[in-house]
Ligand binder design. Structure first.
Ligand code: SF4
Ligand code: MSK
Length: 640
């Protein structure tokens, strides 16, 4: 096998520069550990090994000869479907537990028990309260927040009925189809528990029945756990507004204390940003020889503080080890999700302090400082102080001088204003753009980096192909960071768009690629789609819309859960690398074809990003045809 090089590992020149140095000094990164894993287990890749019970592990031989069933009689489709929906449950649990913690913080704030937090967007709180049927007249923000948070907490452990958002937000025809298929969760946790039960040895053996439950479980993520995380974060930390900032390792500063916040939840990072502006700590930084304190993010924490504070983004998932390797990170502060345990091994080579803060995520070699909302500001100050005190311990620093400007901070509310103008807030211009053929449709390109593909490369190639063919792109998570590094999140990027999209971007003053936030903010995309249907002229169900989604560098179980709730919501979803189901042709066919007849959405596992983009556009063209929309003004119908 040819050994990978910095150029084959990443499309990002900053990453390539650091990877060249890590290789030269024998510092192993995820790419090296990936190479060490070769050859990979073919049974695992195809999803046909099972270790669910203690009689196993069992494996199915996909070729002639060899076992076609596990010891209990489970077939390839049963085994692959069981494991897949366990991944959906884990991904849904991760987003939903994040959502649960944000709702709990809102409740603490309402009761006056969370130090340093306030309700930054009472307007958003009142909008939500009215939507949920909570009395607002003559009541304080705290009283409304308390009632809302208590109702919201109930969504997690509710045992009967339906989670609330689908009936409140989804188009009627979509809702009716979900009800017919029994796809609306009774509560977030109930469906996750039921997934674990169904996939226990000797329970559900029907791959279709298993997948339908996987779709139901994922709905508890997209339409409850993640949606609540987004809504309550907007209430607590403020509605994001379009904001300019910068991205890539070059945002690390030689002359300042660098604190890299990494993980997912905004509760701690918001407080750390506040503490980094504390006069006492700035004076201490000066005393230690630093010219200020820089707080930048990695992974979705980055997206949270970028959207609301304009904080610079140090990088995406595969940048976490590289940031430490610059020698410029005085502290890496982590909470939950997407944190490689390897960061402490690298930190030991440099002066970097790794601090864990969640009881759910300790890492050997890191210092643990337990974060508690009740003492949030004091804890944040303690953490920032330690980072400042570590500044004089730096050794050789080597920061690649590479960073790119970006615009982020789009939401459903401010996209309305941008598209319709201040006095005509509406999705009408977007719908009209699609109906008239100026725009082909909308694509959501989301998700992670993975060492199984060249970092950022698929995101960039896919998005460039889409915008060149008049598709407006919305992005979240590490995919948004990938395209930001490539300069696609600036209004000037309209020059790479097709003529129709260019006209819209220039009239409205938006980039052709809109950054909508972190992974939980994919719920913003669901709401935007509901608004498009509500606006009229594009059908009556979510699955009628000329839209598609993709996670072209998918890495974790959360990405699988997102893919599932998007398909359940009627979207065509490209997912690459393919989910581990290819060892079962019938399960693969169900996910990529037959499920469409039920929910209107389906998966595609194309790994070539340009081909995948074309398949997504072909799907949009089919939807345009079904809606009898005008021919495209400037682009051609897509062929693959
Ligand atoms: Fe083997 Fe069946 Fe047990 Fe899986 S559940 S390990 S296929 S016996
Ligand atoms: S951080 S989930 S690698 S997008 Fe949300 Fe990035 Fe994927 Fe983690």
């Amino acid at each position: 096998m040819t050994k990978s090089t910095p150029e084959t590992r990443s499309a990002d020149p900053a990453a390539q520069a650091v990877l060249a140095r890590t290789s030269a000094c024998g510092m192993a990164t995820a790419h090296d550990r990936f190479d060490e894993q070769e050859p990979r287990c073919g049974f695992g890749e195809l999803g046909i090994c099972c270790r669910i019970c203690e009689m196993g592990p069992c494996r199915i031989n996909p070729f002639d000869g060899g076992p076609k069933q596990g010891i209990c009689g489970a077939t390839a489709s049963t085994i692959a479907a069981r494991h897949l929906i366990r991944q959906v449950a884990a991904g849904s649990a991760a987003h939903s537990d994040h959502g649960h913690d944000i709702v709990r913080t809102l409740l603490l704030v309402a009761k006056g028990g969370a130090q340093g937090y306030t309700i930054k967007s009472p307007e958003r709180l009142r909008e939500l309260a009215i939507e949920w049927g909570i009395e607002t007249k003559g009541r304080s923000d705290e009283a409304i927040a308390k009632e809302f948070a208590e109702m919201a907490l109930g969504q997690f452990n509710q045992q009967e009925g339906e989670i609330r958002y689908p009936a409140l937000r989804a188009p009627k025809a979509t809702l009716e189809n979900w009800r017919r298929l029994k796809l609306i969760p009774v509560g977030v946790e109930h469906e996750i528990v039921e997934t674990l039960h169904r996939t226990h040895e000797g329970v559900d053996a029907d791959y279709k029945n298993l997948i339908m439950h996987g779709l139901r479980t994922s709905m508890g993520d997209g339409w409850a756990g993640a949606m609540l995380a987004t809504d309550c974060s907007d209430v607590l930390f403020g509605n994001p507004q379009p904001v300019r900032s910068q991205v890539n390792l070059g945002v690390l500063r030689q002359d300042a204390v660098n604190i890299v916040v990494h993980g997912h939840e905004p509760t701690l990072s918001e407080m750390v940003v506040a503490a980094s502006r504390d006069k006492e700590l700035l004076a201490l930084a000066k005393e230690k020889g630093a010219n200020g304190i820089m707080v930048g993010g990695i992974c979705c924490t980055a997206n949270e503080i970028l959207m609301r504070q304009g904080a610079p983004v140090v990088g995406n998932f595969l940048h976490q080890e590289l940031a430490i390797a610059t020698g410029a990170v005085d502290m890496m502060l982590v909470d939950v999700q997407c944190i490689m345990p390897a960061v402490t091994e690298h930190a030991a080579r440099f002066h970097t302090k790794v601090v864990t803060t969640s009881k759910k995520a300790h890492i050997p070699g890191a210092e643990h400082i337990q974060f508690e909302e009740e003492h949030a500001y004091d804890i944040a100050k303690q953490i920032v102080r330690q980072a400042v005190e570590n500044f004089p311990n730096r050794g050789i620093v080597n920061i690649p001088d590479i960073k790119t400007d970006l615009v982020a901070g789009f939401t459903v509310a401010n996209t309305f204003t941008h598209l319709g103008g201040r006095y005509r807030s509406s999705f009408r211009p977007l719908n009209d753009g699609i109906i008239s053929g100026r725009l082909r449709g909308v694509a959501a390109v989301i998700g992670c980096n993975t060492v199984r593909k060249k970092q950022d490369d698929s995101h960039i190639k896919m998005v460039r192909e889409l915008i060149a063919n008049d598709v407006l792109v919305v992005m979240t998570g590490c995919g948004a960071t990938a395209c930001a590094k490539d300069g696609l999140l600036q209004p000037e990027a309209a020059k790479w768009a097709g003529k129709g999209l260019q006209e819209i971007c220039e009239t409205v003053g938006i980039p052709p690629v809109l950054h909508l936030g972190s992974c939980v903010d994919n719920s913003r995309i669901l709401v935007a789609l509901c608004e498009m249907v509500k606006e009229g002229g594009l059908g009556d169900k979510l699955s009628d819309l000329p839209i598609a989604g993709s996670a072209p560098e998918a890495m974790c179980e959360k990405a699988i859960a997102i893919g599932f709730y998007c398909v359940a919501s009627g979207a065509y979803v490209n997912f690459s690398p393919a989910m581990r189901v290819l060892g079962s042709p019938e399960l693969t066919r169900f996910l990529t074809q037959d499920v469409e007849e039920l929910v209107g959405g389906k998966f595609c596992f194309e790994s070539d990003p340009v081909k995948a983009a074309r398949l997504m556009m072909q799907h949009m063209d089919r939807k345009r045809e079904a809606l009898k929309l005008k021919p495209l003004m400037y682009s051609q119908p897509m062929t693959v």
